[in-house]
Write a protein that binds this ligand. Structure first.
Ligand code: N01
Length: 894
């Protein structure tokens, strides 16, 4: 900043007239400092407003004993300047709070940032002024500020939560909050100390407090998972990765899910033996790295309760071994939340501390605190006298850091508190509709606390500053998200939240730690890399979802939602696009079959079920292979005749194995998957006739196959859905077999290509229009296409068995599936539909890959059970409950 401007600013501060800047930044922690640096480089004037007396943010306030980072420090650093990276060397794998604070001071000095910061200055009110298109801020100290843009770099955990315990004021001893620890330290020697809480702050401080105190009593409401930090020098393997190729290392972090460069795991827990799982776990335990153990064990650890429970059990085993007193050990073992769903902690001597004679654990689940008294703490069972109470009770997280700090009033006098009354609303976690030129760094709705904050902060700051510079260069003065974009982001947030297990724990992530706070998962769970690509996509699509306005009525608005796909569908489609595969239809039938076979080898095979038996049945023109998938319970079970997908050209009786296994587990029924003949070797009506003949034979031989005699059910996906639908019509017209219900998943039902879904989804969603043309050409000549045996929508649809029809939003076949369901319903057939939002043609077949498909398959299974006259869910007694709790949760969630 030119000297004259600094002088002008200082005189403004002194004389009370508003300080005029392009950007006002609240906070001088990791985010605020980098913002000031980037804004200055972009030629924007800025002021930092900081309540504390110096830089540091969370590291300024949280000075309790043992405070450290718990992301390895080499990862928890700025990466924007390679020279800065080599100018600073961390002394430990996990640096202490004083060292991190020194680092932030070093950064502030190196880039001369303090000169733009007003310390000991709180913003007391922020108001958008429509007339000037500027934010007007009042402050607790010095001049007000008038800024074009207002950026909250307030962190996520900066508003400590009040204790919510009666009698705190009556206590005559010393009271401390970990989040506001005195700067000159606290002497606990010889004192009786109480620590309330067992989150990260408590887990870090308890071992050190126990070393000083005469006696320490820990009041625990919810036990937390803690893992050994194994602190020391930065591990050589990570250091050599970083030093070997710093640029690649940092880039991998930016594209990763958690902001630390670890690969994505692909092997799921049930593909590993007990010994292999233990070996992975012990390796992770020895690594002393939160992100490692949270992401590197097996692919389903964070998304499936069964895969997660294995980790939980292994950690509980470690706690049991570390704590001598079995009752204390049991109390310290978390059992009410999935591992990772509540923020786990890194510890040094935490569990061992409970073996000390001067430490007592009070389990508040058994004896809740009734009140704090003059001399100590009274629980439901006893009075405990203490000299000092340390509240490690956490924060009003994320929204508290923004909302609780000061009133923020946007366009039309709207208050942010009111707008967020039902939970935080945002676009990208960065901006809020109705609050022009207002930005949040790592705000609710962004990966923030579920990521390495250093990486997320840099990404947000870069994105915001680049936008502000572009806005200025284009002559606009205001930017604000649209309602559509914000609503779409909230929907996407909700979709993402269904993938991981975070929603299953009561935590500060969901607001559950603050009485009366509206609950909902606040951070974005879709991952750092995907999130970054979404932010970039918003820009590449012309600031999608933003209104830009400027002088003389200048305006630009490219309205829309940036993500309409389910998050995992988006990942899969992006991955497929990045492979640059040739179109399947260009491979020829033989080549395409080989490709599909190869492709299928890379997917999870499906979870264990009972027997799998292969056989052949007599088809109209020779034997047809079949594969029987049986539940693990004793039968006989109702029989589902299943037809695989593959456009009448590809696949076989084994190619939909993950789907069949999954449905067997969910329905408790037996699936018989039929290997019908394929085109072009066998054209229409071979597949249709095979399907019908197979259904008839299977129904007649149900007992021999191990199934229950009586009506069968039919099911199929894609072209298999077509064969299932046709089979029902033929069975009605040809005297059986008796069919109790039909499940049609994304079925082909008609030979026209002019429904909107064919145009809307012609390309980009794996099953393309041109691939469908190819399938049709190979299977059926144009003259035959209106035959109901290939276009069942053209046939008579009355008198068919009850149907459950599944269609996917991003599927060329969507509208013909819906048309078939509607035609059947109009003809009096009982029909239910599942119109799957954000899904593509393969969503439900990609079991254990498209996690968001699970609730849909739960509904399909329930429909099949209804058709068979069974209760909606497999009962626990039906088997050793092969419907996992995860599936039940998914069912409940759906
Ligand atoms: O706070 P917390 P924190 N009566 O909310 C208990 C980051 N961090 O300051 O779980 C009795 O986790 C509460 O119990 P329950 C990190 O992201 C990082 O420890 O609500 N108990 C819980 O045990 C972390 O997650 C580091 O049942 C009460 C504890 O207090 C976040 O900050 C270090 C209570 C609060 O735990 C917050 O951590 C420290 C009551 N009325 C923090 N109210 C690093 O290592 C609350 N509790 C980088």
């Amino acid at each position: 900043m030119p000297e004259a401007m600094v002088a002008a600013r200082e005189s403004n501060v002194a004389n009370g007239t508003a300080q005029q800047v392009d950007v006002a930044v609240v906070g001088a922690g990791f985010a605020g400092l980098y913002l000031l640096h980037r804004l200055r480089k972009a030629g924007l004037t800025a002021v930092g407003l900081e309540e504390a007396g110096d830089v540091g943010g969370t590291w300024y306030w949280n000075r309790y004993p043992g405070a450290r980072c718990d992301i390895q420090t080499i990862d928890y650093s700025y990466t924007f300047d390679p020279e800065l990276e080599t100018a600073w060397t961390w002394s430990e794998k996990y640096a202490t709070q004083p060292e991190i604070l020194r680092y932030l001071g070093f950064v502030a000095d190196r880039y001369d940032l303090r000169r733009d910061i007003r310390f000991k200055t709180k913003v007391t009110e922020a108001r958008w002024d429509e007339a000037t298109a500027r934010w007007q801020l009042t402050t607790s100290n010095g001049a007000p500020v008038s800024a074009r843009h207002y950026i909250m770099a307030t962190g996520c955990l900066s508003a400590p939560k009040p204790p919510e315990i009666d009698g705190v004021k009556d206590f005559k001893g010393e009271v401390y909050f970990t989040g506001r620890w005195p700067h000159d330290g606290v002497n606990l020697a010889g004192k009786r100390v109480a620590v309330i809480g067992t989150g990260s702050s408590a887990i870090q401080s308890i071992p050190l407090i126990a070393e000083q105190a005469a006696h320490l009593t820990v009041f625990q409401r919810t036990p937390n998972f803690a893992l050994p930090a194994h602190n020391g020098p930065a591990p050589s393997d990570r250091m050599s990765l970083l030093q070997g190729d710093r640029t690649a290392y940092r880039e991998q972090a930016r594209q990763s899910m958690a902001g630390v460069p670890y690969p994505q795991q692909t092997v799921v827990s049930w593909q590993l033996s007990d010994a292999e799982r233990r070996e992975r776990f012990e390796r992770a335990w020895a690594a002393g790295d939160l992100v490692h153990i949270l992401t590197q064990l097996w692919a389903d650890q964070a998304v499936d309760v069964d895969g997660n429970k294995i980790v939980q059990d292994l950690i509980r085993e470690k706690i049991r071994a570390a704590v001598s007193d079995p009752e204390t050990a049991a109390a310290l073992m978390p059992d009410d939340h999935p591992f990772g769903a509540k923020r786990p902690c890194l510890e040094t001597n935490y569990y061992a501390t409970f073996n000390r004679p001067n430490v007592t654990l009070v389990n508040l689940r058994q004896e809740p605190i009734k009140a704090i008294t003059a001399g100590g703490i009274t629980t439901a069972r006893r009075n405990i006298d203490v000299d000092v109470i340390v509240f490690a009770t956490g924060f009003d997280a994320m929204t508290g850091a923004i909302r609780a700090v000061h009133p923020i009033t946007g366009r039309g006098g709207k208050s942010l508190t009111d707008v967020w009354a039902q939970g935080p609303q945002s676009y990208l976690g960065l901006t809020v509709e109705g609050f022009p030129n207002f930005f949040m760094i790592t705000g609710p709705g962004s990966p923030s606390v579920l990521s390495n904050m250093a990486v997320s902060i840099e990404q947000h700051v870069d994105w915001v500053v680049d936008r502000l510079a572009a806005l200025r260069d284009a002559g606009f003065t205001a930017i604000e998200p649209t309602e559509t974009a914000q609503a779409g982001w909230n929907r996407h947030m909700a979709d993402c939240s269904m993938v991981t297990l975070h929603r299953l724990a009561n935590t500060w992530y969901t607001g559950a730690n603050v009485p009366g706070k509206v609950q909902g998962l606040m951070p974005y769970t879709g991952g750092v890399g995907p999130y970054r690509s979404i932010c970039d996509e918003v820009v590449s699509r012309g600031m999608l979802g933003f209104k830009l306005t400027g002088p003389d009525g200048a305006a630009q608005c490219n309205d829309g939602e940036v993500v309409k796909l389910q998050p995992d569908v988006r990942l899969v489609l992006n991955l497929l696009a990045s492979l640059n595969l040739p179109p399947i239809e260009s491979m020829g039938a033989i080549g395409a079959r080989a490709f599909v076979e190869e492709f299928n080898k890379g997917r999870p095979a499906g979870r264990p079920i009972g027997d799998i038996v292969d056989g052949t049945l007599p088809g109209p023109d020779g034997p047809l292979p079949y594969r029987v998938y049986k539940p693990s319970t004793s039968g006989p079970h109702p029989v589902v005749v299943y037809f695989h997908g593959g456009g009448w050209v590809l696949g076989d009786e084994q190619s939909d194995e993950p789907f069949c296994r999954d449905m067997v587990r969910r329905t408790g029924m037996m699936f018989v998957s039929v290997g019908y003949r394929h085109a072009p070797e066998h054209r229409f009506p071979a597949a249709a006739e095979d399907g019908y003949a197979a259904a008839r034979w299977i129904a007649e031989h149900a007992t021999e196959l191990g199934g229950k005699p009586g009506p069968v059910l039919v099911a199929g996906w894609s072209a298999g859905g077509n064969i299932a639908a046709v089979t029902c019509q033929l069975a009605r017209d040809r005297g059986g077999p008796d069919i109790a219900g039909q499940l049609l998943v994304c079925p082909v039902t008609d030979c026209t290509f002019d429904r909107p879904s064919y145009n809307d989804n012609a390309t980009g969603y794996f099953l393309t229009r041109s691939l469908m043309y190819w399938f049709w050409d190979l299977y059926c000549s144009p003259a035959d296409r209106t035959d109901p045996r290939v276009s069942p929508l053209r046939g008579k649809v009355a008198g068919l068995p009850p149907a459950y029809v599944v269609t996917c939003e991003f599927d060329p076949l969507r509208d013909e599936g819906i048309a078939y369901a509607e035609a059947m319903a109009a003809a009096g057939v009982p029909v239910e539909q599942l119109r799957a939002r954000g899904h593509f043609h393969s969503s439900f077949a990609m079991v254990d890959v498209i996690i968001t498909g699970a609730p849909g398959r739960v509904q399909m299974a329930q429909a099949l059970r209804r058709f068979a006259g069974l209760p909606p869910e497999v009962s626990r007694d039906d088997e050793h409950s092969h419907v996992s709790p995860g599936h039940r949760i998914a069912a409940a969630a759906s």
